[in-house]
Design a protein around this ligand. Structure first.
Ligand SMILES: Nc1ncnc2c1ncn2[C@@H]1O[C@H](COP(=O)(O)OP(=O)(O)OP(=O)(O)O)[C@@H](O)[C@H]1O
Ligand SMILES: [Mg+2]
Length: 382
């Protein structure tokens, strides 16, 4: 986990089996929680129902996963984050998977492991990565996911390898749209809503057709229920992505994720990292750098990733930047819901649509001060 700050302690071991097999909502328990009800799996337009999808997360032995990954061999290593190393593996059944092994010395711990298993065991959508299973044996903690052949969005946006093709405009918009649909499901179809808290380019994985799937629910939280407006938490997330209101108060809402989404959309448009220490000081923080351009439509073309060159429809760029800008509003209540964001982005996923049809734009004209200096100065400052 790069630039990630989390605030958890370790947790109980038996919670996964107890909670996943019973399908219980453990909200209110001291450490872990899982959404209680969900929409029809994979159908983003379905209404929420009171049924808990019975998604069986298989339990694997350490031996099975060691065999699958050729003894966690270097050749199978496909990535590494704050949780630990990620290996490509093949199960006895022939299924190709990604195996994430908890770094025993790492700061992030069993709390995130349990949270990840509980959350993903209760969630199912075409834009969420599938948890195949897990291993909990002695001190070993491993997560087994469906294998995503194209890696993460981060792998395709920044520091491209020699000969690697940059993502074209429409692929970027399709990724943004799919990620928005995944978030829409979590915020608006699942009850209580799930707040991802750590949405970022490296946590959006891509299948062989570059369809995006959200991953990493270790920091996810159930959203407020009833008359509550927010959940109070310790601040956790990743530098450069964190909503200013959440960073200031610790009050978490689905709109905190909407802000993170705005940052990801800006990364897709600009090809710049949310926070890049290598850049000159005024360019390190993406939102801070982009702010003067976000409030002036004539400057939108200056935001575009030079690797896209001129291969984008200019009206679509205007719409995409305006969606990012409204997601980055300082006041959480001024940010749109993810269903509106998804609707606006859907129009940008296909060529020949130069302007949205009347009534579909979520983007009001932006006054100059809508994205305040505070937004930019708080994100990336933790
Ligand atoms: N299911 C998967 N299929 C294919 N590759 C994956 C999968 N999960 C993770 N990876 C690869 O492993 C890398 C590391 O993932 P990981 O989630 O551990 O760390 P990260 O997202 O880079 O950082 P963080 O720990 O902050 O989430 C990813 O960038 C991706 O390339
Ligand atoms: Mg990740």
């Amino acid at each position: 986990m790069k630039n990630c700050f989390s605030c958890f302690s370790s947790s109980k071991k038996d919670e996964i089996n107890a909670a996943t097999s019973a399908g219980t909502n453990t909200e209110g328990s001291s450490s872990t929680e899982a959404p209680a009800s969900s929409s029809t799996p994979g159908n983003s337009s379905a209404q929420a129902s009171n049924t808990v999808p019975n998604i069986a997360a298989q339990q694997f032995t350490f031996r099975e996963l060691a065999i699958a990954t050729k003894l966690f061999g270097e050749k199978c290593l496909i990535g590494e984050g704050g949780f630990g190393k990620v290996y490509k593996g093949t199960l006895k059944s022939g299924q190709v998977v990604a195996v994430k092994q908890l770094n025993l010395d790492g700061e992030q711990g069993s709390r995130e492991f349990v949270n990840e298993v509980l959350m993903l065991s209760h969630l199912q959508h075409q834009n969420l990565v599938t948890l195949v299973g897990y291993c909990l044996e002695d001190d070993q903690k491993l997560l087994v996911y469906e294998y995503m052949p194209s890696g993460s969005v981060e792998d395709h946006l920044f520091d491209l390898k020699r000969g690697q093709q940059p993502l074209d405009w429409f692929t970027r918009m399709r990724i943004a749209f799919g990620a928005a649909e995944g978030l829409e499901y979590l915020h608006e179809k699942v009850n209580p809503p799930v707040i991802v808290r750590d949405l970022k380019a490296s946590n959006i994985l891509l299948d062989g057709n570059f369809n995006p799937k959200l991953s990493d629910f270790g920091l996810a939280k159930l959203g407020p229920v009833g008359s509550k407006t927010h959940v109070s938490t310790l601040i956790a997330g990743t530098y450069g992505y964190c909503a200013p209101d959440y960073a200031r108060t610790g009050h978490l809402t689905v709109k905190s994720d909407v802000y993170c989404f705005g940052v990801v959309l800006l990364e897709l448009i600009s090809g710049r990292r949310a926070f890049d220490d290598v850049k000159p000081s005024h360019e390190k923080n993406l939102v801070l750098w982009a702010m003067p351009m976000l409030t002036d439509q004539t400057k939108y073309p200056e935001l575009i990733d030079p690797l896209i060159k001129n291969n984008y429809p200019s009206k679509a760029l205007n719409q995409a930047v305006a969606v990012a800008a409204i997601c980055l509003q300082e006041k959480a209540s001024d940010r749109p819901g993810m269903s509106d964001v998804a609707l606006a982005l859907k129009l940008l996923t296909v060529p020949n649509i130069e302007s949205p049809s009347p009534g579909t734009s979520i983007v009001p004209p932006l006054p100059d001060d809508t994205i305040s200096a505070e937004v930019a100065s708080t994100s990336g400052s933790h």
